[in-house]
Ligand binder design. Structure first.
Ligand code: ZN
Length: 275
């Protein structure tokens, strides 16, 4: 499932393609993408809009239009946005929507599992919508040790569960939480509120480093994630713990172990991350 580094990679690739372009025609083939709104109505609303910015907030792509309206795209499990330059075929399997741009190129939305969402919001709806769902940006300047400390205080939940909660921090998922906790040498089952101040400082750095590594490698392709040009990311080759059960820890050589936390497969080093 795409997390912050994957969504940020898509954003960086699509930004020069979309900004300044007008949506000449929009076809949405899957009612699940826009429900409860009617897909034909959403497509009609989007037609004629001109893109002024492509931002990211957590795992959402934020397509800002000249009109002030915003299209919030969430890729969920298996969503992809693929770019088809003028004249190239766009007939990919599992195509759910296509945006025809005014320069003749297309942006195709593909989604195998169909959990992704497109939500068109009015200018005044955006901030309240995101504020109700998302905490701060872990790569933003406001992500300080103090801010993270405040978010974790009084939370009995395991640190992994607290970090998966998008209201703690926006954009982390199963992969990068495991990677960040390994970097910070913190066991995923430690209660969030029991972390020491120096551990929270190290955790903040670990989160940043794990996300930066993911962005540098254009994200992790486990199955379905692709960049808009169809290429895979390569972060999966650099994982420290995620999916590496039984393999030696890069730091100490101990075999990585797998457990379950918050219902999710969780990998950690039992030596570096003792409870
Ligand atoms: Zn280790």
């Amino acid at each position: 499932m795409p997390e912050l580094p994957e969504v940020e990679t898509v954003r960086r690739r699509l930004e020069p393609i979309l900004v300044g372009r007008k949506f000449r025609r929009v076809e949405i083939d899957d009612p699940r993408l826009t429900r409860p709104e009617d897909p034909a109505e959403v497509a009609a609303e989007l037609t004629g809009e001109r893109v002024v910015a492509l931002d990211r907030r957590g795992k959402y792509l934020v397509v800002r239009f000249e009109s002030g309206r915003v299209l919030l795209i969430h890729l969920r499990m298996t969503g992809n946005l693929l770019y088809a330059p003028r004249g190239r075929p766009v007939d990919v399997p599992h195509r759910r929507a296509v945006v025809k741009l005014d320069d003749g190129s297309d942006v195709v939305y593909r989604d195998i599992r169909r959990f992704g969402t497109w939500l068109l919001v009015e200018p005044d709806e955006l901030d309240p919508y995101l504020a109700a769902r998302l905490g701060g940006e872990p790569l933003g300047r406001a992500f300080t040790t103090k801010a993270l400390t405040a978010k974790l205080a009084n939370r009995k939940a395991p640190i992994k569960a607290a970090l998966l909660d998008q209201r703690t921090l926006a954009g982390l998922g199963n992969i990068y939480v495991d990677e960040a906790l390994w970097r910070a040498r913190i066991h995923p089952l430690r209660p969030a509120r029991e972390l020491e101040p120096d551990e929270i400082r190290t955790l903040r750095q670990g989160i940043r480093k794990a996300l930066d590594a993911g962005i540098r490698r254009q994200g992790a392709t486990l199955r379905d994630y692709r960049q808009p040009d169809g290429r895979s990311g390569s972060m999966q080759k650099e994982f420290k713990v995620y999916g590496r059960g039984g393999e030696p820890c890069d730091r100490c050589g101990t075999p990585i172990e797998k457990t379950r936390v918050a219902g999710r497969g969780t990998w950690y080093c039992p030596t570096c991350q003792h409870i």
